[in-house]
Design a protein around this ligand. Sequence first.
Ligand code: GLU
Length: 401
Amino acid sequence: MLKTAQQLITQAAQNLGLDQFSIDALLATDAEHQFEIELDSGKKLHAYRVQHNNKLGPYKGGIRFHPDVDLDEARALATLMSLKTAAMGLPLGGGKGGVSVNPSEMTDQELEEISRKYVRGIHEHIGPDKDVPAPDVNTNGTIIDWMVDEYEKITGDTSKASFTGKTIKNGGSLGREAATGRGGVIALSELLKYDGLAAESLTFAIQGFGNVGSFFAVIAEQYPNWKLLATSDSASTVYSPSGLNANDLFDFKEGRGRFSDYKAEGAKHLSADEIIGLDVDVLVLAALGDAITEDNMRDVKAKYIVEMANGPVDKAAIDYFTERKVSILPGIIANAGGVIVSYLEWVQNKKNEHWTEEEVNQQLTEYMIEAVKNLVETSKEPGVINLPEAAFIIAIRRLTK
Ligand code: GLU
């Protein structure tokens, strides 16, 4: 993932005529914090926070709990965050953190201990005007609330603007939980309008049904001409040629069900990987990074790929899809709904205001419409070969102004 992010930056920067010195400056991270969390049980975990670039504002980006978290992944994700906030025109920079842990093997008490000890390890380097973390893979409002509480205890800061993605009762914003999925649906529908497909019937599949994929599915139900044929979790794909019911899947997942046990009329079960090769118009990638690489890119039949995870398509696959005229809606725009509403949450905290869900969703919609317009216009400039390159060009122009 790091290599893909760096190659995309380099390609877009060269297109803009930047010299090697400026490209190296864009690739470099500002700071990399690594520390160890020792649990009361004696278990030791590796923890990270990488701060990539704060030229446009405080570092901003999530904290994930996942066994694959390492320094290179945090570097890649922090880099993508700076490009994302810049591409969206937000006054924020980019950072990312995480703990290398499998949360499903931890008790709630241990998750709280990890969250609090993470903050003890990093508190000097974060803060409302320095670096504002948020949820990411396997982290949520409850985890963020523990972190905010720990941060308040250590620093005395009561603004709540030290983190975003908090629960509503603790200063979180209405609309934040669904924001990434909602933003992705808006971005896709805008892109389809530019391609003259707004009124067409479309089938789609969603890889991953966590916070991002599940809200994408539910919000996409507002488009009666889009039909969800398949979705997956890490163990299996559920597929129905006549269409799946997103709300039913959502309720099933809330009850912590595995899709291998999901039953609905006409629904079949396939392996988790098979979702990539299904015959659908749109493939939504809402699981993890590097979901499509040289190994499986030839299986893809979709004409549109929506990057709802961070870095789900590697550079070799992006080049392959460009040749085959498959459109990739790049993650630094498609999945930016989360950080947009994080920004709105941060502004509300700073002004001590509470906006309605309609107000928040309206602002999210405006950001997305503007970003996709800019994306499509930039993609038509001479020498720009695909939407990911256009997105990176938009971001780099702002980062080097
Ligand atoms: N983790 C989300 C992302 O990758 C949100 C970051 C944020 O809200 O700061 O964009």
